[in-house]
Design a protein around this ligand. Structure first.
Ligand code: MRU
Length: 338
């Protein structure tokens, strides 16, 4: 699956809000269309958001009517600001846009440099995913029962995946495994997207509501928890979809190893710990309504953080394209990114 690509001057992406009922592609020819698609989670998942940001700047550069380098850079900077405001937690968005902007600033042909750099980031993401899948698949044993959360599969990346990419690779290699996918309230990325990907890959998958995690850890022989990440701090604290922290605490209680999988582009050198990571809060409507039906009284308050922080002390290892980073994570992250 190709969740997002740049072709013929437009960004083509799967509208992930329609899955699993409908597989429909939409096209964005300008930055505003792409920014709205990001805000509405038509495209989502940290590495895919990085690609969206990079492609968005490429669109701005290609669409710029300015004749001077300074003018093109002004258009790029405006696009950067608009896209950066869309979603604050996944560092990949800013990381990729920083790369594209830096390439444009140091070139005599900023538009071409922006496009080339965006396409380079895309190719690199494919390679990182493939390497990460292979590294992670070695951790998966025959008979493993893996609990995962949200979606960190093909749909969250250039098309291979991190946490669920590992699961698919281990399965392809012949390991007999099964998966519990937490539904991931309120937007159901686990039920809609991860289950969709597992079914397509032939991996046995059982969807549970998020509140069943303790039950399945205790009664259904879960041997590993494996999730993706939206941003990793230098001390090893991990931001991931809301509910991840609770899973890590439960996993510790049940002596189940808790693994995170993410490319090194998800490590934020500017975040020394989880408290430096901005958490996105989303609209109350996502919780107030279910299938367009009101399920919360109007008068009640609603809290809707989209991510939480799992402290490094709960994590057995972080799978990257360069290898598995083991505790103490602050030291292994430093060794990995230099
Ligand atoms: O809000 P989303 O769907 O963009 O959040 C994505 C996640 O949090 C995923 O769990 C994932 O691990 C990060 S993307 C590989």
């Amino acid at each position: 699956m190709k969740p997002i690509c740049l072709e013929d001057g437009k960004v083509i992406l799967i509208d992930q809000t329609l899955l699993p009922s409908e597989l429909r592609y939409i096209e964005c020819r300008d930055v505003e269309c792409l920014a709205r698609a990001i805000e509405e989670l038509k495209v989502r998942g940290a590495p895919a958001l990085g690609l969206a940001g990079a492609f968005g700047l490429a669109l701005a550069a290609m669409g710029s009517k300015r004749m001077s380098k300074k003018g093109v850079l002004m258009d790029l900077e405006a696009a950067y600001d608009r896209l950066k405001r869309t979603r604050p937690t996944a560092v990949n968005l800013q990381w990729a846009m920083d790369r594209v902007l830096a390439a444009a600033r140091t070139s005599d042909d900023p538009a071409k440099a922006a496009l080339d750099e965006a396409l380079r980031i895309y190719r690199e993401d494919i390679e990182m995913n493939k390497a990460l899948e292979k590294v992670g698949a070695e951790l998966i044993k025959d008979g493993d029962v893996i609990l995962t959360h949200c979606n960190a599969g093909s749909l969250a990346t250039s098309g291979y995946g991190t946490a669920q990419g590992i699961i698919k690779e281990a399965f392809r290699q012949g390991r007999r495994i099964s998966v519990f996918a937490g539904e991931t309230r309120p937007l159901l990325q686990g039920a809609r997207l991860t289950a969709f990907e597992m079914v397509r890959a032939g991996v046995p998958v059982t969807v549970i509501t998020d509140s069943m995690a303790g039950f399945v850890m205790r009664n259904r022989g879960v041997t590993k928890v494996l999730v993706g990440a939206d941003r990793i701090a230098l001390n090893g604290d991990v931001a991931n979809k809301i509910g991840t922290y609770g899973l890590a605490v439960l996993a510790k209680e049940h002596k189940i190893p808790f693994y995170v999988a993410a490319p090194t582009s998800t490590i934020d050198p500017a975040a020394s710990s989880g408290s430096d990571i901005p958490i996105e809060y989303r609209k109350r409507g996502e919780i107030e309504f279910f299938n367009e039906k009101r399920v919360v009284p109007r008068e009640a308050d609603v809290l809707n953080p989209a991510f939480d922080i799992t402290p490094a002390s709960y994590i057995a290892g972080i799978v990257t394209e360069k290898g598995v980073l083991l505790p103490p994570l602050d030291r292994s992250i430093k060794g990995c990114i230099g």
